[in-house]
Design a protein around this ligand. Structure first.
Ligand code: GLP
Length: 245
């Protein structure tokens, strides 16, 4: 496990952006998994800024996101589809056929999960997965307790996050929201993982995930077992591990 710590948030965004860009330049037909949230917005902006100044060939790049919300409109600004489309896919001109996402609405999410994985496998599987981390240690939407052998599935959402989504959408209260997420097994089969975290509020969980035992109580701890994994942190997120590694 390689750990990189940047002094500032700005340098964190730039360092993460270059990892995404270098994957695109090194393998022009790369399959790249992204992650949504506050942590990744800045790095996506840097990627699109660099691309607009120094365009390069992305015609064979495939993008996808590690997870997606279910049972709300895809046009909801908080859907992963819309976030990645506006933050990266559109600025880079990635065509819809090279932006692989499960739907937010379906009568058969089980089949959609299998189809999502099949479409990624047909392109050779994911080369890189950028991963955020929840303050409870979740990766994708795999909450604590998720078995490590889990395959892409629809997980219950974190209650705080669900409350926010409900406030922001007109989804009726009787509609069950969920999080379609690549399973931990699928994430672990990605060729390269980069887990990113910034901010003091992530320091405690980063310390547990990196320095603590590998346990399903902290899903992110499983990445300690991945053969090509980097943890990219700003100084605040790293404050619980500095001096201990
Ligand atoms: C959501 C996403 C996760 C992401 C997490 C981190 O739960 N589904 O994939 O890792 O948010 O979010 P933030 O970067 O806003 O802390």
């Amino acid at each position: 496990m390689k750990i990189t710590i940047t002094p500032t948030e700005k340098e964190f965004d730039v360092a993460a952006a270059w990892r995404i860009i270098s994957q695109m330049l090194c393998k022009p037909d790369a399959v790249i998994g992204l992650s949504t949230g506050q942590t990744t917005m800045g790095m996506h902006k840097v990627v699109s800024d660099i691309f607009s100044q120094y365009p390069f060939d992305v015609s064979c790049i495939t993008l996808f996101n590690v997870d997606e919300l279910t049972n709300l409109p895809r046009e909801y600004p908080g859907s992963c589809y819309t976030m990645i489309k506006t933050q990266l896919a559109d600025p880079l001109g990635i065509p819809e056929e090279n932006f692989i996402m499960p739907p937010t609405l379906s009568d058969d999410f089980e089949a959609e999960c299998r189809l999502f994985e099949k479409r990624l496998a047909e392109r050779g599987g994911a080369d890189l997965q950028m991963l955020g981390i929840g303050t409870n240690g979740h990766i994708g939407i795999n909450q604590p307790g998720t078995p490590f052998e889990s395959e892409t599935w629809v997980s219950p959402m974190d209650p705080d996050f669900e409350a926010r989504v409900r406030r922001e959408t007109k989804v009726p209260p009787e509609t069950v929201l969920g999080g379609l997420t690549r399973g931990i097994s699928n994430i672990m089969h990605t060729k390269k993982l980069i887990l990113v975290a910034k901010g003091a509020h992530k320091a405690e969980i980063i310390a547990k995930a990196i320095l603590g035992p590998v346990t399903t109580d902290i899903p992110a701890s499983v990445i300690q077992l991945h053969p090509d994994c980097e943890i990219l942190l700003d100084a605040e997120a790293a404050s619980g591990i500095t001096g201990k590694i």
